[in-house]
Design a protein around this ligand. Structure first.
Ligand SMILES: [Cu+2]
Length: 169
């Protein structure tokens, strides 16, 4: 009897949690899309890597890229590269990156990028890095970054046979 009651109690709790989830997913009405999603292949033994996307905000409200994650790395941060006094360095954008209304923002080598920290495996050329981007308004958008060669400076092009950057809906 006790175990049945416990089960009923747990079921009630999980039903409650499930009913809360749809309110969090605002992506349905989002006007943010992601394209030109790519990453750089990494040499063996290197545990950091870079990812790049173009974010298009076709809406009338500004949005903000506030976070990212990938199953391939412990952490995925939004970084800005800058050169000060001839020294190239990277800065973590802890408040994220604004995506102004009606604009597109390009993340590219030498500028703002996604930084994979603590890679669990090397990023291999022509393979895909799944990344979830988190926006203040648009919510989460899942993208697949196609890996170009080590050190590449531009996108290897769209993934053949389908959309390279997939919107979450
Ligand atoms: Cu970086």
């Amino acid at each position: 009897m006790i175990s049945i009651r416990t089960c009923i109690g747990l079921c009630a709790i999980s039903a409650l949690v499930t009913s809360v989830v749809p309110a969090v997913q605002a992506a349905e009405s989002s006007t943010v899309t992601v394209r030109e999603a790519w990453a750089r292949a990494t040499p063996p033994g290197i545990r950091v890597g870079g990812g790049y996307v173009t974010v298009v905000n076709s809406g009338t409200q500004p949005d903000r890229l506030i976070g990212a994650s990938s199953p391939l790395s412990d952490k995925t941060e939004i970084h800005a590269s800058e050169t000060t006094g001839g020294m190239a360095r990277m800065r973590w954008l802890e408040k994220g990156l604004e995506i102004p209304a009606g604009k597109e923002v390009v993340l590219a080598p030498g500028g703002v990028h996604l930084m994979f920290m603590g890679l669990k495996q090397p990023i291999v050329k022509d393979e895909v890095v799944p990344v979830t981007l988190r926006f203040e308004r648009a919510g989460e958008i899942a993208v697949e970054l196609r890996a170009g060669p080590i050190g590449s400076l531009k996108s290897p092009g769209a993934i053949s046979g389908g959309a390279g950057a997939t919107h979450s809906h």
